[in-house]
Design a protein around this ligand. Structure first.
Ligand SMILES: O=C(O)COP(=O)(O)O
Ligand SMILES: [Mg+2]
Length: 230
């Protein structure tokens, strides 16, 4: 039986545009996301949880993180999720960067990519009202020519729509782009859009080793990206 294989890409990548995931790839946000989750649980009179548990809930936006956190106690109704989400957001919006910081090497590397004339984008499932102030506060915002959040377009990762939209807006073919991410949402989006994808090993992909996602390359540190580019 013929097996359909996705077209494979290999380093060095052309990477005229480098589009980068936010949570778990650019910025280590787990501490602030977990603090807001615990604040919400306290207000709801529920037991708090350890950071590694919340880490495993990151990647599909804050609302899904809230739903997954509530499920630790019981399957929540939509009304319950909405109520908890409001509590979560009231806290998280004001504590976006208490402890969240860019991962080591991020600042230097994005600067170098810009100097090389590459176009940079940020594609995240985070809501735009969170993405924009967080990137600004940590001094990363101005590096990106395009920023697509989880609620910018009708569909988000793992759908290929944000990548295809970026390709269209930037006028750069999918195969000349590169996505850098930390999770299955990123690899699936890249496969669907025909964009080469590199995974970082330090991010949020639950207990799963990112190598099992079959990315085109894997890096242990963000700065290692430079070695993979043409
Ligand atoms: O879960 C989120 O809020 C977003 O996650 P992402 O930046 O890794 O897409
Ligand atoms: Mg991520």
């Amino acid at each position: 039986m013929a097996v359909l294989m996705k077209p494979r890409f290999q380093p060095p990548f052309t990477a005229k545009a480098v589009v980068i995931d936010l949570d778990g790839t650019l910025i280590d946000t787990a501490g602030d996301l977990a603090a807001a989750a615990n604040r919400m649980l306290q207000e709801l009179g529920r037991p708090t949880v350890e950071l590694p548990i919340i880490r495993g809930f990151i990647g599909n936006g804050v609302k899904e993180l809230v739903r997954r956190t509530l499920r630790l106690t019981e399957e929540p109704s939509d009304d319950m999720v909405n109520e908890a989400f409001a509590i979560y957001m009231a806290h998280y919006k004001n504590h976006l960067h208490d402890t969240s910081r860019p991962y080591p090497g991020v600042q230097e590397t994005v600067e170098a990519l810009r100097r090389e004339g590459r176009v940079l984008g940020c594609i995240t499932n985070k809501r735009d009202e969170l993405t924009q102030p967080l990137l600004k506060a940590l001094g990363l915002h101005h590096y990106f020519q395009i920023i697509l959040s989880g609620d910018t377009l009708p569909k988000r990762k793992p759908d290929p729509m944000p990548l295809l939209h970026a390709s269209h807006v930037l006028g750069i073919a999918a195969e000349d782009m590169l996505l850098v991410g930390d999770s299955r949402n990123d690899t699936e989006a890249a496969f669907g859009a025909g964009v080469p994808v590199v995974c970082v090993t330090y991010g949020y992909n639950g207990d799963q080793d990112v190598r099992e996602l079959n990315p085109d390359a894997v890096i242990d540190e963000f700065a290692d990206l430079s070695n993979l580019l043409a």
